[in-house]
Design a protein around this ligand. Structure first.
Ligand code: UDP
Ligand code: MG
Length: 311
């Protein structure tokens, strides 16, 4: 029998977990031609998430867990889940039922049709603050212009993959992980299915606007070096402007004997130019800091407790 691994990253999800399990369990009964395993990754939750998972494990031996020593972030949790999964197919889901388990049979049909991976995207952003939707749309526009890797607007981490795709994702061991990009990077035939946004069943979102903003920068620096080119181009442009200005000033002084004047404008120019310089140094700093973190080669996650003994 073929096996499907369901990976669920959980951070403070004590309320949502039982609801999730109920839905997912229903699904496993529906898809009884497959064997299932659940891998719950407890990402350093501060509530009773781990206890909830252990309760599920008592009832259902298919439930496995990995508990981190602290909060490492959803990306690290998904990675740990992939590393420890043993299914022929693997799916990533959120614990809050925003990734409807009921879509899975349809996703499996596409896999059986020959696709290697089936991704999901939300076509609506109902229930989300409008300002957040606006910035999200902007982000996808910008990053798709800047990166050769295609990022699909509204794409979720919810997807079903064959083992070959999972193994290639695992082989990308970078510390600064941006999964949406990594999935595009590894390629393979991917089918996208669309669904309407669903609001979370219980608990609240862990992503503040600021956290999302940092995550967006992560995506840009991880998959594009265009900002570096941009700062170089600005540099050249300003040199050209300065060169022309120097010629004009020398000419004016020689011909008209212009007295020194225009201090206010000089001050403005100094501010502008030094601002742009700092901005460009900041861009370089962003890349440098990522390189710095990568070269340290720190582990992506640290496990405190688990009931999986492979690997
Ligand atoms: N999550 C996690 N670690 C974190 C933040 C979130 O494992 O540091 C999990 C969370 O438990 C949930 C999923 O990632 O299962 C998505 O989080 P959330 O629903 O808060 O994000 P949203 O759907 O609002 O974008
Ligand atoms: Mg959610």
């Amino acid at each position: 029998m073929e096996k499907i691994s369901i990976i669920v990253s959980c951070y403070n999800e004590e309320e949502a977990l039982p609801l999730f399990y109920k839905e997912a369990n229903k699904l496993t009964k529906e898809m009884n031609e497959f064997e299932f395993e659940f891998i719950f990754v407890n990402d350093g939750s501060k509530d009773k998430t781990l206890e909830e998972i252990k309760k599920l494990n008592k009832k259902d031996k298919r439930v496995k867990y990995i508990s981190f020593s602290r909060n490492f972030g959803k990306e690290a949790a998904m990675y740990a889940g992939l590393v420890h999964s043993s299914g022929d197919y693997v799916t990533l889901m959120d614990a809050d039922l925003q990734d409807p388990p009921s879509l899975l049979p349809k996703m499996m049909e596409y896999i059986k049709d020959g696709y290697d991976s089936v991704g999901t995207r939300r076509v609506t952003r109902k229930g989300e603050p409008p300002i957040r939707s606006f910035f999200a749309r902007m982000f996808y526009k910008i990053i798709n212009k800047m990166s050769k890797i295609e990022m699909v607007d509204g794409a979720r981490d919810y997807r079903l993959m064959k083992r070959c795709v999972v193994d290639s994702i695992i082989s990308l061991r970078e510390y600064n992980r941006y999964s949406k990009g990594l999935f595009s990077f590894v390629g393979f035939d991917t089918k996208w299915i669309e669904f309407e946004n669903v609001e979370r069943v219980a608990g609240e979102t862990k992503w503040s606007f600021w956290k999302l903003f940092i995550y967006a920068l992560e995506g840009i620096t991880a998959f594009s070096t265009v900002p570096l080119v941009f700062s170089a181009v600005i540099g050249v442009l300003f040199c050209l402007i300065a060169f022309i200005a120097i010629l004009v000033i020398i000419f004016k002084t020689l011909v008209y004997g212009d007295p020194v004047s225009g201090w206010p404008s000089t001050v403005c120019i100094i501010f502008l130019v030094s601002g742009i310089q700092l901005f460009c140094t900041g861009i370089i700093g962003q890349y440098l800091s990522k390189t710095y973190l990568e070269t340290k080669n720190r582990p992506i996650y640290i496990i405190k407790e688990t009931n999986i003994d492979n690997k």
